[in-house]
Design a binder for this molecule. Structure first.
Ligand code: MLT
Ligand code: MN
Ligand code: ZN
Length: 303
């Protein structure tokens, strides 16, 4: 079997749903079993060709729970893991925190750009990933690499910024470099993308993903001022390096991506304040456009 299989391990953005210190209406509802909102873990995607070995795109702080709730990722023998590799798309805590959990003398390959690798190297706590077991690989932008035997993928820069904990003063927004990357998957004449963080959709990026069979895309905020309006923060989506789903003059990701003949569109990395977590006009707008709201445990097989 060589079909690309995707498993959304965590569909929420940093903080998860509910976030530990948040009592916004979504977080409160996610704590109350009588509401329709089901708790969601932080941003990570598992990908496989054979259903036996898996590559994890991002290591979320919730990785222990994600493995626990995903039978495909359970050990098959006394000491074993179907997880063969981990690929990091940016150095934010929601994407690297889980590396500290998967430290127990288990061999896997860790892929990142050199810039993201430097962030890991600068934090000595990541030395718990013993090089005798965890092989580090620097991957170059636009070069094909193999996250799993037989799987071809390519990373590319998308507009973003440095990780939140590396910000000094006002960070450069819309930076295109090794800090924030998207991933392209190619198998069996299918083409898919994973882009969990993206500040804008410039023409070159639209052309790149046009006609894809599947795109997982940054659904952090519905509107740019969402966190300000909900009262949970002072930053816009743009300031956090995330483009909104709906923007002025059809500039949001929903309108832009709708023009690109993409087979299946799934929002991931959804912030807990985002109204698409619940029934209502915002979720209706997304589903009416043919987009899907990602959720933990969502499986997509590109047969
Ligand atoms: C983000 O995607 O904006 C980050 O995950 C923020 C954070 O690290 O909390
Ligand atoms: Mn994030
Ligand atoms: Zn909240």
């Amino acid at each position: 079997m060589t079909d690309l299989r995707f498993l959304v391990l965590g569909s929420a953005a940093g903080g998860g749903l509910p976030q530990w210190n948040c009592n916004c209406s979504n977080c409160a509802a996610a704590r109350d079993p009588s509401f329709e909102i089901i708790p969601q873990t932080q941003s990570s995607l598992a990908v496989s060709l054979d259903g036996e070995t898996w590559a994890l795109f991002n290591a979320s702080p919730d990785i222990r729970q994600q493995i626990q709730q995903t039978p495909q990722l359970h050990p098959k023998t006394l000491r074993h893991s179907p997880i063969r590799s981990v690929i990091i798309t940016n150095a934010d805590v929601d994407h690297i925190g889980g590396l500290l959990t998967i430290r127990e003398k288990q061999a896997f390959d860790l892929f990142s750009t050199a810039a993201i690798g430097t962030v890991l190297d600068a934090n000595p706590v990541f030395r718990v990933l013993n090089p005798a077991f965890v092989q580090r690989h620097s991957i170059r932008l636009d070069e094909v690499f193999s996250p799993l035997a037989g799987m071809e993928a390519r990373i590319f820069a998308v507009p973003g910024k440095v990780a939140l904990f590396l910000e000094e003063g006002e960070p450069e927004l819309g930076l295109e470099g090794e800090q924030t990357i998207g991933v392209e998957f190619l198998a069996n004449s299918k083409r898919a993308y994973y882009i969990p963080g993206c500040a804008t959709l410039p023409d070159w990026l639209c052309e790149r993903i046009r006609g894809a069979d599947l795109v997982f895309f940054d659904g952090t905020v519905f509107t740019d001022d969402e966190m300000i309006r909900v009262g949970t923060g002072t930053k816009t989506g743009q300031r956090m390096g995330h483009m909104p789903i709906i923007g002025d003059d059809h500039s949001g990701s929903l309108d832009v991506l709708s023009q690109l003949d993409i087979g299946r569109m799934v929002y991931v990395h959804i912030n807990n304040t985002n109204p698409i977590w619940r029934d209502g006009p915002e979720r209706d707008a997304v589903t009416a456009a043919g987009f899907e709201v990602g959720h933990d445990g969502m499986e997509i097989d590109l047969a």
